[in-house]
Design a protein around this ligand. Sequence first.
Ligand code: ZN
Ligand code: ZN
Length: 412
Amino acid sequence: MTLSNFDKNLKKYAHLIANVGINVQEGHTVVIQATVEQIQLARLITKECYQAGAAEVIMQWSDDEIRKDFFLFAKEDRIAHIPEYKADEAKEWVRLGASRISIVSSDPDALAGTNSERVADYQAAIGKALFPLRQATQANKISWTVVGAAGEKWAAKVFPGLKTKEAQVDALWDEIFKTTRIYEADPIAAWNAHDEKLETKADELNKEQFDALHYSAPGTDLTIGLPADHLWEGAGSFNSRGEKFMANMPTEEVFTAPDRRRINGIVSSTKPLSYGGTTLTGMHFTFKDGKVTDASAEKGEAVLKKLLETDEGAKSLGEVALVPDPSPISQSGIVFFNTLFDENASNHLALGSAYAFNLEGGTEMTEEELALAGLNRSQTHVDFMIGSKEMNIDGIRKDGTRIPVFRNGDWA
Ligand code: ZN
Ligand code: ZN
């Protein structure tokens, strides 16, 4: 590591994650998920959490190579077998109201060469077993944050032009620190100011209550209905205890839930998507009455088809997110091959489940009530990027009038 002040900045980053990301309070339980490569950051976050009063910090380690070997070599009957205690553990975290920190650092192609059916079977099984945890997370009952860390293989994929591993890792850390505002004199104050800005945009859209959005760009001509009483959200969210947290760091988006029954037209992806350890590119979708009727990809089509087969909800949309093309991540021109970063460079949509908090009163509704209100339900939620500087978006009011929302990739 030759990045100047790396240790000092990593400590600042850990402080930001504990105190703004999940906003640790006295007596909280914290669950951290990380790869073994990120032990330095995990240790720093753990210390920060205890300093902020955490009752317990629970560590969950993983490793890309070991994960790959599982999909390559594990016996068939073990792939989709999730032991009962895993589901119990997740339920216990929900009962404790545990906050979750996911540190993403994996090689975007970590699972390349494995059987995509086995990966999809595992993902469906784990999604089902951990459903209560996903539900609590998606309804913001608990605090959660997803943050990045520069894994070696990931850094190599983002910066293939740099000569040494060290230079690649440094360059990725530098981007992570930049986009999470660690280089600011006071990163916490910078985050609060940023949060306020996004909140203002969300408020404006909430007042409008558009009936639908119409997207146009090369390869895209799509109308997405929005449910009555939908809520646009900015960066910050509140858990069921009323404590603020940041679900993603970095984040540049304001987003809401679409009406799963009113999506029509065609849409094309504009950035690669790393999903299930494979990179998908050049995706095209046709929607009719809320369902994907046709899908293709230049790369990773088999994985995409498998994803769409996860369940009925995987064929519809659960998120509509607006990110201006002049966002700092987009302007960096870097393709991160990681949704946490790439989604913040671009307008995006998500296949699969909608967030209950994107509907007035949604967090208190049952699954059935959410579906009736138009919110998509699914075991999966996968963002894909559709924005570009050529994208125009109109908001359509109930009476049919059109209001420009985006012009040439930026807020109108
Ligand atoms: Zn998003
Ligand atoms: Zn999403």
